[in-house]
Design a protein around this ligand. Structure first.
Ligand SMILES: NC(=O)c1ccc[n+]([C@@H]2O[C@H](COP(=O)([O-])OP(=O)(O)OC[C@H]3O[C@@H](n4cnc5c(N)ncnc54)[C@H](OP(=O)(O)O)[C@@H]3O)[C@@H](O)[C@H]2O)c1
Length: 223
């Protein structure tokens, strides 16, 4: 199956940061984009500026995304962008382990599962998981607290899921580099557009493109 002329795309956490730049990049390439945000006002404002759709989703509340996926009927492109970063030790009472795993592992897998009926029908799909070098074993799994563990688990999902996804659906993970966002901070060397570039490329890969890979600057990265 070939790519639809105007693929539908869902970008989680698209109200700001890299997600917002990914949404803009996909829209500029003819996609029919929907962003999600937790805060309805922020989401609506960002969507209006981008000229895309908006739906309120909190990834720690599965009811909110089950409802959204049922109502929408699914998307051609799924960008699991939303992320949380805490520096609390994994062993601290205030560890964000459960939240990190929910937002960056469980919810992305749930969204993939909920989207499978759509892909079975359409025969074409792309999943992009926003990962990090901090979740790479090859770089010492440096992410603080639960972050690196969750990104490593997201990478593991990316490697394992091609076995089970319907034909025509590709899934890849991306390390956007260190990017100037609320998470990355103002000292980061990369703009959000630079951080979004590889994700947008992966979201629109041609039929002979890779699946089950990890990419940085459009090139394979070590897990
Ligand atoms: N910036 C970097 O240097 C860098 C480096 C490597 C990887 N990444 C990854 O790139 C992705 C985007 O990061 P960013 O730098 O753009 O971060 P950001 O500016 O902090 O944005 C994070 C986004 O995730 C959303 N989010 C957080 N918790 C959520 C939840 N429970 N439900 C729904 N949405 C939620 C936020 O929504 P709210 O506005 O409601 O908080 C926001 O839209 C993340 O996965 C991050 O781990 C970033």
């Amino acid at each position: 199956m070939t790519r639809p002329l105007h693929p539908t795309a869902l970008v989680t956490g698209g109200n700001r940061g890299i997600g917002r730049a990914i949404a803009a990049g996909l829209k500029a390439r003819g996609c029919n984009v929907t962003i999600t945000a937790r805060n309805a006002d922020e989401g609506r404002d960002a969507a209006a500026l981008l000229g895309v759709g908006f739906t309120r989703v909190d990834l720690t509340d599965p009811d909110s995304y089950f409802e959204m996926m049922t109502r929408s009927g699914g998307f051609d492109i799924l960008v699991n962008n939303a992320g949380v970063l805490s520096h609390a030790s994994l062993l601290a009472p205030d560890s964000d382990f459960d939240d990190a795993m929910q937002v960056m592992v469980n919810a992305p897998l749930d969204l993939v599962r909920l989207n499978v009926p759509h892909w079975r029908q359409s025969g074409w799909g792309r999943v992009v998981n926003l990962s990090s070098s901090w979740g790479a074993h090859a770089e010492g799994l440096e992410g603080p607290g639960a972050y690196g563990v969750a990104k490593a688990a997201l990478n593991a999902l990316t490697r394992a899921l091609p076995r089970d996804l319907p034909p025509g659906v590709k899934i890849n993970a991306v390390d956007p580099g260190w990017v100037r966002t609320r998470m990355g901070g103002e000292d980061a060397p990369r703009s959000v557009e630079q951080g979004a570039d590889t994700a947008v490329w992966l979201a629109l890969l041609p039929e002979d493109g890779p699946t089950g890979g990890f990419f940085r600057d459009r090139r394979p990265a070590d897990w």
